[in-house]
Design a protein around this ligand. Sequence first.
Ligand code: UD2
Length: 362
Amino acid sequence: MELRDFWGKSSKSWLFLILLFVASFGFYSNVFNWIPRWRQREVSQSCEAHHLQGQRESPPLSEGDCCPDTCRVPRVPRMLYPKAHVLQPTRVDVLLMTPWFAPIIWDGTYDSAILNAQFKNTTIGVVVFAIKKYVVFLKLFLETAEKYFMVGHRVIYYILTDRPADVPQIPLQEGRRVVILQVRNYTRWQDVVLHRMEMISNFSQQRFLHEVDYLVSADIDMKFSDHVGVEILSSLFGTLHPGFYASDRRRFTYERRPLSQAYIPEDEGDFYYAAALYGGSVAEVYRLATACHQATLIDKANGIEAVWHEESHLNKYLLYHKPTKVLSPEYVWDERMLRKPPYLRRLRYVAVPKNHAQIRSR
Ligand code: UD2
């Protein structure tokens, strides 16, 4: 056979084979997408990888492939609600946006119906520590959370305690449950609060990353007294401390000793954030908790303890990792210590009075 003949015939065969390969590749890659369970497994695996590696660069193929924390543009059903007016700001008495364009959440600035539709099928994990005598706060915390916190959404209360037998049984709404995680205690209360970051970091890897979409870390000596819903959720959120939201940055009780990892110079600082309520996607909270824990280890090696413990490290972290949402002091308040100003229309999560010396003793 002439070389040209062979090439002429075999080039057609090659072309045919290539076309066949391309067609079957396309068919099989789509076939797996038509099988719901296969897709689900793929999506959850990619979410996990996404969570662990924190890769935001490669966008998912479709909304359904997305992890809810970081990348989706949520789809909402047809709904009827009052239209927002560009020339009529919802609030003119308070700051609604940080200089890095993170919304600050105040009453009157959001529509819960739209947000609830956006965050449908989201699971929220709440991490609370009830170590030693602090178990006494669990009952009121859980009872009020069932009334006001993320109502209508799936919630897992992770209760980290050294006294599992003292965790009260509270009736829960559908889709909500308590998970008790036994942890060790520390003699010094300062060590209890400092080690919260280590425990959040460890349990994020072990459980939270695989079980929930968002994590909310909350103090236990508090109660909910009004709605706290999905309006707080974002990749990373912090809450304005009720004692300092109106203060000049020089008055913030940041750690001011350069030897500490939590050190913030006097000419820096956006806000003073409260450690009593912060959170975000599990991946972001995991990063935050790990970084703060590492910082406390370095401090310990250098013989220094930050002035406000993990709150100092949290503030340092949030200065250089700007939160994507900021909660107004409506979300952490102390009625005994502070007089409510008129622009604070709602008090949602408030301190329960306690005798510090008595409750912190063994
Ligand atoms: C402030 C902060 C708190 C933390 C603490 C550290 C606010 C509103 N609160 O609260 O978040 O930064 O200062 O100095 O800014 N805990 C136990 N057992 C203990 C001690 C503490 O479980 O023996 C847990 C418990 O969940 C408690 C949390 O740690 O809610 C914070 O401790 P705290 O409430 O005694 O600290 P406090 O009120 O000074």
